[in-house]
Ligand binder design. Sequence first.
Ligand SMILES: CC(C)(COP(=O)(O)OP(=O)(O)OC[C@H]1O[C@@H](n2cnc3c(N)ncnc32)[C@H](O)[C@@H]1OP(=O)(O)O)[C@@H](O)C(=O)NCCC(=O)NCCS
Length: 161
Amino acid sequence: MSDDAAVRIERLLPDSPHLARVAGWQHDQWGQLSPGETLATRRASLAAECGPSGVPSVCVALQGERPVGTASLVADDMSGRDDLGPWLASVYVLPEWRGQGIASRLVRRVEDEARAAGIERLWLFTPDQQALYARLGWQEQAWVPYRGERVIIMERRLAGA
Ligand SMILES: CC(C)(COP(=O)(O)OP(=O)(O)OC[C@H]1O[C@@H](n2cnc3c(N)ncnc32)[C@H](O)[C@@H]1OP(=O)(O)O)[C@@H](O)C(=O)NCCC(=O)NCCS
């Protein structure tokens, strides 16, 4: 595989040319869950999540200069659950790039970021991707109703934090 074809994971910075694209994916995938959200408000909140390290941070998977996936480490992701956090959030891979381990690499990268920041436990919620996260060492905690669907909260204990 040439270097151009290889997918690498990088930190997304607030002034990145890829920010609008990543915000567009998030808006298309999850915008309906946030009443009042527009592409512009999603872009602004994503830029605010692009911290220099630790929480918050946003990762992007790049093939050459083309973004193909993303994942975030954020303080809050589930309203009403301020008792939990930080969260792995917004894991997304372009449809034509799925099934190649890119989401798994993004999750690992977010875990590494959290571990480096001294975080011992991470949380996520998902309506249907629990098998993917379980394979990566995440544990199912509880099914809860959330914004009109049932989701499962999962926890990851980070050894060596
Ligand atoms: C969920 C999602 C992020 C998974 O992305 P992905 O890059 O396909 O994930 P991975 O490749 O790491 O793992 C997915 C599958 O590929 C398999 N796989 C992993 N590495 C692989 C490789 N090198 N070659 C072939 N298959 C591989 C995994 O075993 C897994 O199998 P499954 O189909 O039985 O689950 C992606 O489908 C997506 O963006 N969905 C829409 C948004 C979404 O639901 N996000 C999650 C919110 S909680």
